[in-house]
Design a binder for this molecule. Sequence first.
Ligand SMILES: *Cc1c(COP(=O)(O)O)cnc(C)c1O
Length: 433
Amino acid sequence: MNPQSKKPNPQLIWHPYTPAKDELISISKGKGAYLYSDDGTRYIDAGSSWWTNIHGHSHPYIAEKIFEQAKKLEHVIFAGFTHHPAEKLAVKILAKIPFHQKVFYSDNGSTAVEVAVKMSLQYWWNKGETRKKVIAFKDAYHGDTFGAMSVSARGVFTEPYQHLLFDVEFIDTPTPGNEQKTIGQLNSLLKMHSAEIAAFIFEPLILGSAGMLMYDEKTLDELISICKANNIITIADEVMTGFGRTGKFLAVDYCDNKPDIICLSKGITGGFLPFAATTCTKEIFDAFDSSDRAKMLFHGHSYTANPIGCAAAIASFEVFETDNSLEKIARINARHLAFVEKIKLHASIKDIRCRGSVLAIEIKTSEQSGYLNKIRDVAYQYFLHRKIIMRPLGNVVYVLPPYCISAHDLEEIYNAISGLLDLVLTIDNSVSS
Ligand SMILES: *Cc1c(COP(=O)(O)O)cnc(C)c1O
């Protein structure tokens, strides 16, 4: 690798989730599933640039639509004003979520969650009920702002702020074998406290940051149904799972019971611009539909419904349809499953999980599983050497590619995974000592 494109962490910028001593790779170009560093080295973007990219980098159609919109109207306050891109996008979003009636725009996944949590709490407030508690999965990740952290797992991400996070009732994640336990926990919580509980928030089918933990749609359907029977608001955080990741447009499309609120971000602009939407039912909105200004939802960001973001999202929706994205995802899924068949008995594998375009392999190490597992750095460097960008989640390596990825590039990633698994057998003792 040409050292030109590798730089020591510069003095000026504080990078997220990056120790200051780490070297940085400077990227200057993206095309399809590839990213190119300043010296022209080509990398496969196996993790879709933090799960945001769906159609490939610098997609020309989306780029063109952004340019057109930027020349016409770059931004306008969204309180008291509206614009065509925001309205056109709302129609497209609600066409995919016909059981919802309103779209609230914001900037990123964490804000989409903040809005959802505030909507659910103020819904009860506006109705004169004091329901303060939220239920969440104990392995959940819903973002890095305080409300989103509060409804997320208590662990390394939240430890320094733990005493400031609001109380949440955690139930077990219904991973295979734990389904009945989780359902039992939800039932008994609602039996004891249903008059205090405002909402249940969950990542549907895949808990991303927890290490791509997966659970089945039957259990999700039942959890939503239990909440409905008890008059508890359900919030599906589809920030990662939305826009086809799981094989259907939304993960909740696998279920008969539908959530009251849905959070969308990451893939919404095809990976071009920071943007998010929180959608809700007519019933939720009606609790805010009052001439009393004290009942408004007290939330709004400077860049709410940014027209350029809306234009990117509309263009990405169009590409999703014209490109037959769901077929592409089905093909990726078939290739993942063929690889699973080939590799599943490998001695380095603790668990292997696959859903839609997402494949995750939990590596068996002598250490406990988790985000700080030391095999992480070994795996990250191993993939980088093979010109593959993939940030493992502790001892979980995964493939979550742009939908345009070629069969050849997937094969290259699978080969690298196989090689890594072989390597782990020989190094695990020295790594964990
Ligand atoms: C990434 C993520 C978020 C946070 O989104 P940001 O845009 O990083 O703030 C929230 N929920 C889920 C499920 C996510 O994967």
